[in-house]
Design a binder for this molecule. Structure first.
Ligand code: WQD
Length: 342
């Protein structure tokens, strides 16, 4: 019998890529989303890519404990991958309650119902933001977490703790937290990708929107950091590579291969790239010139963060494979696909 994976927040950027990879790996998938930060574009894209018109989709809000309970009562779920969360760092500073209420309540409801219905495998979508500004680079999973600089970041740390404590207290559940570095790119089909609402906060959507003419000029936030070219260093991870890591992690859970009941993995390439290198890489990969200027630093940015992904390479058998030029070409193809539909 095929195993069934529930993807909460499965209509969003990362959730839709994970849904594709799970289906291609032979899992049944249920997608559930409240559509608060996306439309049906990506879910429709997932159906096209996989050739599957019958993927179950449930429009629901995981803050609603009754609806969450109903989902688990009416479906046999073997594993949950929990994405459903708000993710705008700046907004979380001005509206902390919105973030705490949504991100924490939803996750607790999912764990509670999963546990009650014999679904023992819970995978949480965490973030490298839990490392703050580390003293030593690259960061391993042993690198101490630092107090988060935003309520958004705090919800990631707190959800990790909730999962850790639940796994400890309830022997029937197991958990994996994947700490993503900077997910970028889009599916090579250009049928799914990132759909930022309003002005993008993240670098790559801002780059692609500038290239397509939606934004006039990209601001490079700071060129006076203590890095080789003065711009920040990040670990940019292709979203398809990132999605594949979830398949390896789910399989490890479902096939009883976990060494501990709660495991944490860094999901990154292990190779830092500067903001300026990324811009130049985008220009070269797509044979165009980008309008950009150097601007003051952005409050809250850290100068450098990249992963040591050795543990994920070894234990999950996963490795980032896509070349950065292919990732940046896919991001551009997706932006052009969106523009062609307007
Ligand atoms: C990357 C670099 C900017 C925009 C954030 C969250 C993190 C996460 C991923 C999410 C930085 C620079 C950016 C621009 C720029 N999780 N930049 N001009 O800040 O590393 O991580 O997104 O769900 O929790 O904090 O990513 O893409 O915003 O920025 O120069 O217009 O690009 O200063 O150095 P960040 P980012």
């Amino acid at each position: 019998m095929k195993k069934c994976v529930l993807v909460s927040g499965g209509a969003g950027f990362i959730g839709s890529h994970v849904t594709v990879e799970l289906i291609e790996a032979g899992y049944d998938v249920i997608v559930a989303d409240n559509m608060s930060n996306c439309d049906m574009t990506c879910f429709e894209g997932v159906k096209k890519i996989t050739g599957r018109e019958d993927i179950p989709f449930i429009k629901m809000d995981f803050r609603d404990a009754v609806a969450t309970e109903l989902l688990f009562t009416t479906n046999k779920v073997d594993a949950v991958i929990h994405f459903a969360a708000f993710k705008a760092v700046g907004e979380s500073v001005s509206e902390p309650l919105k973030y705490y209420k949504n991100n924490l309540t939803s996750f607790m409801n999912v764990i509670e119902s999963a546990k009650a219905h014999g679904c023992s495998n819970i995978l949480f979508s965490s973030s490298a933001t839990v490392y703050g500004e580390p003293e030593k680079l690259p960061v391993t999973e042993e690198t101490p977490r630092q107090p988060a600089t935003s309520p958004y970041g705090n919800t990631k740390t707190m959800c990790e703790d909730i999962l850790r404590d639940c796994v400890k207290a309830y022997p029937e559940i197991k958990g994996i937290a994947l700490r993503y570095f900077n997910p970028i790119g889009a599916h090579p089909s250009a049928l799914i990708g990132e759909l930022p609402r309003g002005i993008p906060n993240n670098l790559v959507p801002f780059i692609t929107q500038t290239a397509v003419g939606k934004r006039e000029c990209l601001s490079v936030f700071g060129d006076d950091y203590p890095t080789p070219d003065g711009t920040c260093l990040r670990d940019f991870i292709d979203v398809v590579d990132l999605a594949k890591a979830h398949v390896f992690a789910v399989r490890r859970m479902l096939e009883g291969q976990m060494k501990k009941d709660y495991e944490i993995y860094n999901i990154g390439t292990g190779t830092p790239l500067s903001v300026m290198e990324l811009i130049k890489g985008f220009e070269k990969a797509n044979n165009l010139k980008l309008n950009y200027k150097i601007a003051p630093r952005r409050t809250g940015d850290i100068s450098a963060l990249w992963a040591d992904p050795t543990l994920a390479n070894k234990e999950l058998g996963w490795k980032a494979e896509r070349r950065i030029e292919d990732t940046l070409a896919a991001a551009w193809a997706w932006e052009k696909h969106l523009a062609s539909k307007e």
